[in-house]
Write a protein that binds this ligand. Sequence first.
Ligand code: GDP
Length: 682
Amino acid sequence: MRVHELAKTLNLSSKEVIEKLEELGIKAKSHMSNLDEKAMELLKKGKAPAKKVTEKKVSVTPAPTVKESKKKPEAKVEQKSEPVESPAVSTAIIEAIRVEIPITVGALANKLNLRVAELIKALMAIGIFANVNQLLSEEIIHKLSTHLGTPIEKIAPLEERRIGEGPLKAGEEKHLKPRSPVVTFMGHVDHGKTSLLDAIRKSNIAAKEAGQITQHIGAYGVDLPGKGHVTFLDTPGHAAFTKMRARGANATDVVVLVVGADDGVMPQTIEAIDHAREAGVPIVVAINKCDLPHANPQKVMMQLQKIDLIAEEWGGKTIFCKVSAKTGEGLDNLLDMLLLESEVLELKANPVCPAEGVVIESKLTKGTGPVATVIVQKGTLRIGDVAVTGAFFGKVRSMRNDRGKSVKEAGPSYAVEVHGISGIPNAGEILRVVGDEKTARKITESRLIGIRERESRGGPKHLSLENLHQRIQEGMSKELKLIIKADVQGSVEALAQSLEKLTNDKVRLHVIHGGVGGINETDVMLAAASDAVILGFHVKAEPRAQQVGEEEGVDIRYYTIIYEAVEHVRKAMEGLLEPIFHEVVDGRAEVKKVFRSSKAGAVGGGIVAKGKIMRANKVRLVRKQVVVFDGKLASLRRFKDDVREVAEGYEFGFALEGGGDIQESDILESYRLEKGESPRLK
Ligand code: GDP
C-alpha cells in the first residue's frame, strides 16, 4: 500500500503518516512510497519494529532524468525545509552596503563614505558620466560594486519594506495555516481545457446553487466537503500563465496538463510542459476524452514517458488521471489527486497578516470603474483596506466572489473581484495592503519615478547575445537559456544539440523550449519570464510577437544556417561578436494574386499593408510564418512602370530574383541591414 492510501484509511494526512513512520524508525520518502505489510501493522499498532524496514524501492525504467527529478514536489519541499548553506563564507566578512535603488550619486557617496568627486571619478572609470543629483540604476550600481570591490546590496524602499513587516513578521511561522491549491489547465488546443473547467464548475457549483448566476471573474473555487477547496484559474493557456510569471508573479501551484486521448501529445502539449517546468510548477496529467471509442490513454502515457513525464503506475512520480469532460468520468478523482498533490506541496500561508495577492485580470467597467481580480496569497483582504498595486492604489470599496456574491473578506488562495483601486493594474502585478492612503500614495509615487527612470534609460531588459559576455564576466549570468523555433523538428534538435555542446565551465547553455513554427507571443513571454534568447531558424516572428519582443526587450535572432547560429552564439559567449547588423523592416505587403508568365516566372500582385516596399531593399517572402525566399527583387512595378518604392495602401506587382515562387496570401517584407546594435538594445 502507498503512504497516501494508508493515510486515507487512518484518516490522517500523508505527512502525519510519514512522521509517525519516522518515529517508528521506518523511512518513507513521500506520499507515493510503498509500505509493506509489516510496516503497516506496526503503524497501526504504533509499535517500533525489531528490524528497520526501509522503503520499498520504486524502480524506475528508464531512470528519471535530472529534469524530472528537479521539478518534483519532493525536491521543492526539501528546498523549503533545509536552509542552504552558503559556500561563500569568506566573502561574508566584507559587510555589504545596503541601499535603496534608484539612489542619487550624492546619497550613494555618503553611504560609501566617499567624497562625491571620488565617486564621480569611479563612475567615470566604468564609463558613466554623472552629476551629484543623478539617479543610479541597479545595473550601474552592480558595475560600480564590482569596480570598487565593495558589495552593494539592494533593499526595497522604506515604505515597501514597512508593508512586508506585518506585526507578526518575527513569529510568522506559527501563524502559517494550510491553504488550498491554485490550479491552471494547460495543453494543446481542442484537447478539452475549457470543457474540463466547465464540467468541474457545473458538477460542483451550479447544481448546489441553482439559480445563481456564475460570474466570470477569471477564477473560481470548488468546495469539496470534508476534503478541501481548489481554486481554478479560468484562463487556460500558456500565454496568460507565463505573462504573469514575466511580471514576477507565480499564481499557480499545480498545472493540470490536459492531453486528448484521441490525439495524443501535440506541439502545445510540449510547450505547456516546458512552460510549467521553467516555472518549477508540478504537473498533474489529465488524459481527457476517454469516452471516445478510439481513445488511447496508453499511447499518451508512452508519449509522455519519452519526455520524462512518467506515470506513477509505471514507476514515475507524476500523477495521471483518466477523465472525460463529456461524461464527467474521473473528475472526482482528478479533484482528489489535486488535493493530494497540494498536500504533498504543503501549501501554507499566514491568514492574519496584511493581505498580499496577485492580480490575474483587470478591467474598466462602466458602472463601477476599475475592477481587478485578485488571488489572495497571504493575509486576509477586507473591505476598507488600503491597497497598492503597480502604480495604483485605493481603498477596497467592495468585493465580489466567483458566484457574484458580495463578500467582506477573502483569505489565502481565494479569488475576489476588488473595486476601489484607482486604475487597472497589469495581470501579474502584486497587490499589497498598506497602513494608510498617505503611505500608499508615497509608494506609488516612488514607483512612478522608478518606472520613468527605467523608461528613460531604455536599454536591454533581458539577456541578449550582445550583453551575454559582459554579464558572464560580471558574474551575473552563468546560464544562457535559449528558445529555438524552426521550420522542421529535425532542425530544432540539431540546433539544440550543437548549441548545448557549447556549454563550458563559465556558462551553461540550456534549451528551455523548442518547437516547429513561427515565433509566437507565448515564446516571447517565456523568454521574458526566463531571461532567454530566441533563435528563429528559417522562421520569423509573428507581427504581434515581434512587437511584444520589442516592448519586453527580448533578443530575437534569425538564422538560416546551423553553423552560423552556433558560431554566433559561441562568439557571443566569448565576447567576440562582430559589429552587429540589425534589421530595419521598411514595409510589409500581402500577395493578393499570382500571375505566371513564361518569361518572368511567378509575378505577384499585392497591396502594401504597412510602411513601404523599396526596390533597392532586400526582401523576404513569408508563407505561414516560414521564410520561403530571402533575397532581392527582380522587379517592382506600379501598373506598367518600374518604380523605386510603393507606399502604404497602394497596389503593386513584383517578381523575385531567380524567378522564385510566389503564392497567394504570402507576406512580402521589405528590409535592409543597418550597422550597429538595434536601437532598442542600446
Ligand atoms: P480547449 O481548446 O482545450 O479549451 O478545448 P475545448 O474544451 O474547447 O474542447 C474542444 C472540443 O473537444 C469541443 O468540441 C469539446 O466538445 C470536445 N471535448 C472536450 N472534452 C471532451 C471529452 O471528454 N469527450 C469528448 N468526446 N469530447 C470532448
